[in-house]
Design a protein around this ligand. Sequence first.
Ligand SMILES: O=P(O)(O)O[C@H]1[C@H](O)[C@@H](O)[C@H](O)[C@@H](O)[C@@H]1O
Ligand code: MG
Ligand code: MG
Length: 283
Amino acid sequence: MTDLWQDAMDHAVSAARGAGQVVREALLEDRMVMVKSSSVDLVTQTDQKVEQLIIQSVKEKFPTHRFIGEESVAAGEPCVLSDEPTWIIDPIDGTTNFVHRFPFVAVSIGFSVNKQVEFGVVYSCLEDKMFTARRGRGSFCNGDPLQVSDQKAIKQSIIATEFGSDRDPEVVDKIFSSLRNILCIPVHGIRSAGTAAINMCLVASGCVEAYYEIGMHVWDLAAASLIVSEAGGVLMDVEGGPFDLMSRRVIAANNRTIAERISGEIQAYAPARDDAAAPGADP
Ligand SMILES: O=P(O)(O)O[C@H]1[C@H](O)[C@@H](O)[C@H](O)[C@@H](O)[C@@H]1O
Ligand SMILES: [Mg+2]
Ligand SMILES: [Mg+2]
């Protein structure tokens, strides 16, 4: 059976590869760092350039498609997930890593129709790993199939998380309280790659059993969420409900038991949703 979105997915893979080349070249040069919501929420000209390169190339081939791009939203574009075919782009996931040359940086391209992710592409540019997933057809890394870990015991698990860019002491207290609870289960270890997309691809690859975070955005999650679920993993809200792409909260795990155990240890809070300012969104 022909796949309606195969052409778009092929384009996403080639756009991500091209973007990765730009990112690698930029790492050899001086990087001018700017800030967005706070002094630790970083952006560079490379983030902006890569996003524009991807969007322009898509517009030429798929002129009716819509976009949610991290740097476009930062520049004032609306963040609307409609039923229309929508490209959800994080040009550099791991900008802080990129700025410091910490070697985990990804280009993330998700594609949704009817608010459902149809394919996801995460290119870990420095490792040269191309993670892909097509809904219903599995997840792959450089063409090899991915499968989540079969570990059932959280006490024999590695859990990934991130600290984000919110430095409100109350939020930081909650982050540390959750981390303490999970570490003291006890688990084998806690890891942070510095990019949500790569953390989730590590879950899909079976290297870590779960990843959780509050505060990242739809562009960090869209592509990798499908890569996790197509590798056999589960996605859940941090309070145990269904995963919501726009809620800025996620647990991605190898199985439901581990996801639920983590959810029981998290001190949850609710940052403003990605669609909070969208027309018709709940206040
Ligand atoms: O801003 P970038 O580097 O695209 O994305 C990062 C998120 O902003 C941050 O909240 C998260 O902790 C980090 O993992 C993510 O990749
Ligand atoms: Mg990101
Ligand atoms: Mg980014």
